[in-house]
Ligand binder design. Structure first.
Ligand code: NAP
Length: 262
């Protein structure tokens, strides 16, 4: 276990943390000392594996299961979160558990081009990628201690033209705007709100896009480092934003893409 304990006594909630980038973020925040709620939708077994791995490495974590993008999703997340924190703190936490760091990472992609987009796909992108984060922040705020952190995981797709997935890109644009609005509203409480916009990262999300060596090489070539990003490349930046070192940084969009598009 790393000796960097920048987040000792902090409580974090990472959505979509059973796999991919969210898993990397949960592992990193736990390594830095935070008690981490490992949220999942469908991947319960994977999330339990992440919790077990964090605990084996001397960290603290608990699972938080709830589907996002459905009515009552934020309430379900916080009911599971409160129960998990209570259990981990031997009931010391009240009915609404305290929270220091909310990472809105869970997301869906693959919405297709304009011609392929139908209203159901559009609604799904917005529901999971933009509406759920907004109501998760709303539910988080009464719990969040002053000096807290909201970190929204967006995508390069909101800043670069990405017509192959237009509804996805639009949903991430809405998330970026949420960051801007909240940063001003929450400044008085010392809460920072920032966006991280990853480029291509090796996860299930783009497995099909790197199915052949040629396709893989094309994704890698997007970065000046000529490789596809790893979840830890993103998680390390999130750890900085979660720490006190980033206290003077809010309302910002940090592109974490290995220099894609330069
Ligand atoms: P991933 O491997 O496909 O994982 C997606 C995560 O989101 C899973 O943990 C999944 O949880 C969760 N999720 C999706 N829909 C959900 C729902 N309806 N309810 C609850 N949880 C849900 O994707 P990833 O690459 O790690 O992506 C993480 C974030 O980074 C996303 O916001 C994505 O848009 C963004 N991003 C990724 C890339 C990339 O190249 N990979 C690039 C830019 C931005 P369950 O499996 O438990 O349902």
């Amino acid at each position: 276990m790393d000796t960097n304990r920048a987040l000792t006594d902090k409580i974090a909630l990472v959505t979509g943390a059973g796999r991919g980038i969210g898993r990397g973020i949960a592992e990193r925040l736990a390594r830095d000392g935070a008690l981490v709620g490992v949220h999942y939708g469908k991947s319960e077994a994977a999330a339990l594996e992440v919790v077990a791995e964090i605990r084996e490495n001397g960290g603290r974590a608990f699972p938080v299961g709830a589907e996002l993008g459905v009515p009552g999703d934020a309430d379900a997340v916080f009911a599971a979160f409160d129960a998990g924190v209570r259990e981990q703190t031997q009931g010391a936490a009240g009915a609404a558990a305290p929270l220091d760091i909310l990472v809105n990472n869970a997301g869906v992609s693959g919405s297709g081009s304009l011609g392929q987009t139908d209203p159901e796909v559009f609604d799904r992108m917005i529901a999971v990628n933009a509406k759920a984060p907004l109501f998760l922040v709303q539910g988080a705020l009464p719990r969040m201690r002053d000096g807290g952190r909201v970190i929204n995981i967006s995508s390069l797709a909101s800043r670069h033209s990405f017509p192959e997935s237009v509804a996805y890109a639009m949903s991430k644009g809405a998330l970026d705007t949420l960051t801007l609005c909240l940063a001003k509203e929450l400044g008085g409480r010392g809460i920072t709100v920032n966006t991280v916009g990853p480029g291509f990262v090796e996860t299930d999300m783009n497995a099909r896009r790197r199915a052949t060596p040629e396709a893989r090489a094309a994704l890698a070539a997007a970065s000046v480092f000529d490789r596809i990003g790893k979840p830890s490349d993103v998680a390390d930046v999130v750890a900085f934003l979660a720490s006190d070192d980033s206290r003077w940084l809010t309302g910002q969009y940090l592109e974490v893409s290995g220099g894609s598009g330069l």
